[in-house]
Design a protein around this ligand. Sequence first.
Ligand code: SF4
Length: 420
Amino acid sequence: MKIEEKTVKTLIRQGGPSVFSWSEIYLNPYQGCYHNCMYCDGKSEHYHMHEDFGDRIFVKENAPALFKKYLKSKGFQPVHNKEQSAIDEFFPSLKDIPDSKTTPKSIITVGGGVCDVYQQPEKTVKMTQELLEIVYDYQFPLWILTKNDLVLRDIDLIKKINKESYACVNFTITLHDEKAQKIFEPRASTTPERFEAIRILRKEGIHSGVFCYPSLPFIGNTDKNIQAIYQSAKAANAEFIYANGLTLKPGRNKDEFMSTLKQHYPEVYPKYELLYGNNNKYGQLDMEQAQKLGLVWSLHRGYKFGYELGLDYTAKRFVPEGRIKTNLLLSELLWRIVYLKGSILYDPRYEVNAFNEAAKLAENSKRDFGELKDNDFSDIPTNNQVREVIKEFVKTGKSDYLETLEKKSYEHLVDKYYSK
Ligand code: SF4
């Protein structure tokens, strides 16, 4: 493995919150990933990464400086930085700068961007740790996604972040079978090590969930594998788990995966040729072929097992400082509804869209939905069904509609796949 430094011009990526991640700011100090997973989407030419993605890792040496510059440009001040506090005492006028107590914050993901932030170079380079120090210093809520239990090295720092704000450490876990896991994720922590890390983090009061994807058709996407992962997640006290399928973008991503498959799973190779023979530029499989091959969506299998085990399908939303609580929790509710109606029940498009538009409205509204009076609800630009759901939630903090929908989704999946 070669580790090289590089100076980058940009570091921060912004993204809208969704039911899969409530985070809105993403940053990653590495380029390339030593874990070298055989299905890694990051290897695709689409992302303009270097060819030896798994063996040459770039460290963005100016990542901490860029991160601080970004936070300052948004008006945030460090909370724990003693030097800054001393200056404030000498020059009280500096306190006129908007401070972090009032400026709205967002959850920051240290990770994402198709490179693992706790891959092996982090052991010595400690760039991720430095970014977490900044998250702590500015009292921001944190989200981490990794496949490496090296994250436990920073548990004390993560605990401090969680105590003052919020920290959620998530693991991607796709394969329960040890042999399969080693073939497709050769350098990541083993599946038992990742579950053990979740158990430890949860014991320390840190939030944690599992992303069970990409779930490999006919290998990971089996009842046996998905059920085992969901049961282990439950045993480790994970708070949520979400499963989804595999994308294979034409080029390096698909070529490398297919040659691994040919070598280790020759019996399913022809099925993949059919599934991904469409060479969709986003890597999506051919729906018609999937249907012919009787492929059950991992999202559906996962939802069923999660429901039976009482495991949530997404993280409960944390409301960052300075944000309108009712509005963000309402948008969480509406996005959950969109997910169930759109991805499981396949309700009519116009119905799903109405909830989706209302979720965006709640997310972005400057008006506090919690302060609406009875006759204000008719002004919400949506249909009566959505309006009633909003009204019930604003008035009671609960939603019978969502509860019924979750049960209906479960029954629908049992009926569709498991009743014969
Ligand atoms: S851990 Fe993630 S980014 Fe790293 S190689 Fe595996 S799939 Fe790619």
